[in-house]
Design a protein around this ligand. Structure first.
Ligand SMILES: C[S@@+](CC[C@H](N)C(=O)[O-])C[C@H]1O[C@@H](n2cnc3c(N)ncnc32)[C@H](O)[C@@H]1O
Length: 300
């Protein structure tokens, strides 16, 4: 299949979630000597001039893999302006961790943006877990040029207890609210960690001093798979019951359109259309607008 045919077929595969043709195109990427920098934008530059055929292929392949949620990336001058400015979350957390010689897991790693940034910390190893085949394609595309030894497992958080090794530092960012069983999810994380290991987690939260949580009727901020949105106190209870101690709130933030917005690389709606146009402190469903809590906890 040539690129033109693949482009025409793309819509169909996305509906079927068939990534086989995408894997085929990924196999046509030529090996290229690169220099990579892992700043707010992950930047890949060629050490020699890129053949024009590869330039066309790279652009097409990147477009075929839309939507691009996490980033941004600059690949040989092609700027992938992702929906999320993921450096805001990464830079907020980075002062709280030191990954040198650690075995690190990023659960719900998406296309691996944070993992690429973590390379600068010289961890012993990094393993990403995400069951999304499209995310793995995006990761493989970037890593084809980065050539890191980061491992990407097409597994979910629920598989962590059965994984072949335990981790010293685990990130679970933006995943907990997608799980219908948040305490079970935290227990799965704990089982994948060494005693004394560190967990960094963020989730949507609601204000309040009581141990309560919001359980959206159908959607929250137009997102269908959001199940529980706790107060900080309820979240701490969940962590305690799952086997974590020393639960520390690192930051609380309100998501703004600086962080999440629609771009040509997602071809869809984003935060701006998820809030009540007359009252941005509320979602379109009338719930409190998205606010996140970042915590650090230690595996007992
Ligand atoms: C909201 S995104 C968060 C991405 C990234 N961790 C961040 O904070 O920016 C949720 C991610 O969780 C992944 N995911 C879905 N089901 C999962 C599961 N069972 N276990 C782990 N991750 C999952 C999705 O594919 C997606 O990449």
């Amino acid at each position: 299949m040539n690129l033109e045919e693949i482009r025409e077929e793309r819509q169909k595969w996305m509906t079927w979630k068939n990534i086989a043709p995408l894997r085929e195109v990924l196999n046509t990427l030529a090996p290229i000597e690169t220099k990579c920098t892992f700043g707010d934008t992950i930047k890949i530059q060629g050490l020699e001039e890129l053949p024009s055929t590869q330039e066309v292929i790279i652009k097409e392949v990147a477009k075929l893999m839309m939507p691009w949620r996490k980033g941004p990336f600059d690949i040989f001058g092609l700027f992938i302006d992702t929906e999320w400015q993921s450096f805001l979350k990464y830079n907020l957390l980075e002062p709280y961790f030191n990954l040198k010689n650690k075995r690190v897991a990023d659960i719900g790693c998406n296309n691996g943006y944070y993992m690429f940034r973590m390379l600068e910390h010289s961890p012993k190893k990094i393993v990403g877990f995400d069951p999304s085949a499209l995310c793995k394609c995006q990761f493989d595309f970037i890593n084809h040029y980065v050539k890191s030894d980061i491992k990407f497992e097409l597994l979910g958080v629920e598989h962590l207890p059965f994984y072949e090794e335990k981790f010293d530092t685990v990130f679970c960012l933006g995943v907990l609210y997608h799980r219908p069983d948040p305490i079970g999810t935290l227990k799965a994380l704990a089982k994948g960690m060494e005693c004394g290991a560190e967990l960094f987690l963020d989730t949507f939260m609601i204000d309040g001093d009581e141990d309560l949580c919001l359980s959206p009727e159908k959607t929250y901020s137009k997102i269908p798979n959001i199940y529980f949105v706790p107060t900080v106190k309820a979240l701490k209870n969940w962590c305690g019951r799952a086997g974590f101690i020393d639960i520390e709130v690192l930051e609380i933030t309100v998501t703004t359109e600086d962080e999440q917005r629609s771009t040509p690389w997602i071809q869809g709606q984003s935060l701006g259309s998820f809030l009540d146009p007359n009252d941005p402190s509320k979602t379109v469903e009338g719930y409190p607008a998205p606010k996140r809590v970042y915590i650090k906890a230690i595996r007992k």
